[in-house]
Design a binder for this molecule. Sequence first.
Ligand SMILES: [Zn+2]
Length: 314
Amino acid sequence: MIEPGAQTRRQILRAAIGGAAGIVLGARVRGVGAAQAQATSDSPGTLRLSDNLFVVRIPGEANVVAHTGADGVLLVDGGSAGASDALMQAVASLPGGGPVRTIFNTHWHPEQTGSNERLGTAGATIIAHENTRLWLTTDVTWPWNGRRFMPLPKTAQPNQTFYATGELQSGIRYGHIPDAAHTDGDIYVYFPRENVLAVGDVVSGQGWPAVDWATGGWIGGIVGGLERVQALADAGTRIVPARGSVLGMAELKVQSAMYRTIYDRLTQLLNTGRSPGEAVDARPTKEFDAQMGNPDEFVRRAFESMWAYLSPDA
Ligand SMILES: [Zn+2]
């Protein structure tokens, strides 16, 4: 399902590409940013960003950001259902840990929404973009591998949704990242006191990203999303992706340059009538592969993702 907003996204992307000056070449694509070096790890798997803000990392799971306070715990994402017990134990043991009152879903994927049912049943507020709620109320099947996702029970669905932006009483701000880097419901959550920006899978801190074009994501959205995240951040912002390391502005700039290069090459391949397999064979990521890993799945999905957005007849 692709929304009629595709044209708008294309315009946004053009604007973003037009403004992509000052790119730092040669720096690392991923890794430990200078800002992260100040953080200390209180226990294995938990990265402390401040007295009351943490990245909880359960092995094999996506990152979860946990904010503790007198009025309860706030989470950005909730891991998969199979790891929910372990996550809740880890969160309860944080300094200032208590009941989870609020959880954001950065998008609909099971790796982010696996604690929704228990938290929703316990009365927590589940905040997400409206598109995320809609995906969680319907069957989704990925055409590339046949994987099928069933709707979540009503109690597990987001119960407070938004379209553009919002702010909590605590000052924590959130908003849609409308470029569709990963899905059409991607959001950020910004913690102003700590200058920490959680961005879900809009940015990858580890390896090639997944492009879920079945629910709106596309390679142009990765380029546009990276530009948008940079516009939300400053030189001191710590950016927490769903996968991998905490990033800084320098790494985002390097990623922007890399994905813009790949996007341009894939666009040329599309415009010359190539198939996804031919796009993979053309090795459009070749100078990045040593650092980023085998690109075949990413290139195939990224190429397919352009059909809906850029094909002349779309
Ligand atoms: Zn995802």
